[in-house]
Design a protein around this ligand. Structure first.
Ligand code: DGL
Length: 251
């Protein structure tokens, strides 16, 4: 089976990593819109337009299913993309919500959603959580984490200062934190430490595996497989391949 993975840039590699680990597909075409990243600071219509153009990219690749790894694109463009796509499209929001429901049954539990400004203002996570009956949901736009991860800034002091700034209003560790942005799993250990290991962290890359198994009956191959991956980028494909090498195999 051949899957497409679409992201605004390199962030979707965290989702690709989970998918590769699960051994779900024989072949994967990864497309990052690196020339126009970040999506998380753009307006709704621009995000929809760019995401629909990604469908055109995938057309000649004859994929069986498309995974939108980008939370921002999933928040705004999933329906528009589905309406024009000949193959099923899976976003990361539903799997994230499902993973949270599986782990948190107490509807009074405090839930923190961390994502880009666009994802937070779409209300994609918050509205669905509310529909599921959760009463204490806080959405927090923490877009500065994106360049920190991309720049590979591993200086603890920088990350701690930014976390201190963003998380200042949160006085007690939330019960669960949705890592609602492709980049955030890479700083999950730091976030976990900041909240004194008291919060359950939800990683959409991992959540999507369960979702694909349960909803699309895509199950891991019995024998270990070597998935063939082709990387494409709208700008600087070499940089994408270099980041892939680092994030997929050396982190
Ligand atoms: N991939 C985006 C997301 O998950 C983060 C980077 C961007 O803003 O484009 O929301």
């Amino acid at each position: 089976m051949k899957a497409g993975i679409f992201d605004s840039g390199v962030g979707g590699l965290t989702v690709l990593k989970s998918i590769l680990k699960a051994g779900l597909f024989d072949e994967i075409v990864y497309y990052g819109d690196t020339a126009r990243v970040p999506y998380g600071v753009k307006d709704k219509q621009t995000i929809i337009n760019f995401s629909l153009q990604a469908l055109d990219f995938f057309a000649p690749h004859h994929i069986d299913i498309l995974i939108i790894a980008c939370n921002t694109a999933s928040s705004y463009a999933l329906e528009a993309m589905r309406a024009q796509s000949p193959v099923p499209i899976v976003g990361v929001i539903e799997p994230g919500i499902q993973a949270l429901q599986d782990k948190i049954t107490d509807k009074t539990a405090s839930i923190l959603v961390l994502a880009t400004a666009a994802t937070i203002s779409s209300g994609a996570y918050q509205n669905r959580l509310q529909t599921q009956g959760y009463q204490h949901i806080q959405g927090l736009a923490t877009g500065l984490f994106v360049p920190i991860v991309e720049e590979g800034i591993i200086d603890k002091k920088v990350l701690e200062a930014v976390m201190g700034y963003y998380f200042a209003p949160i006085t007690t560790p939330p019960k669960a934190i949705i890592l609602g942005c492709t980049h955030f799993p890479l700083i999950a250990p730091a976030i976990d430490t900041f909240f004194q290991h008291q919060s359950i962290l939800i990683h959409s890359g991992d959540a999507i595996i369960t979702h694909l198994q349960n909803n699309y009956h895509i199950t891991p191959h019995k024998e270990k497989i070597q998935t063939k991956i082709n990387f494409y980028a709208s700008g600087n494909p070499l940089a994408l391949e270099q980041t892939a090498q680092k994030w997929l195999y050396n982190l």
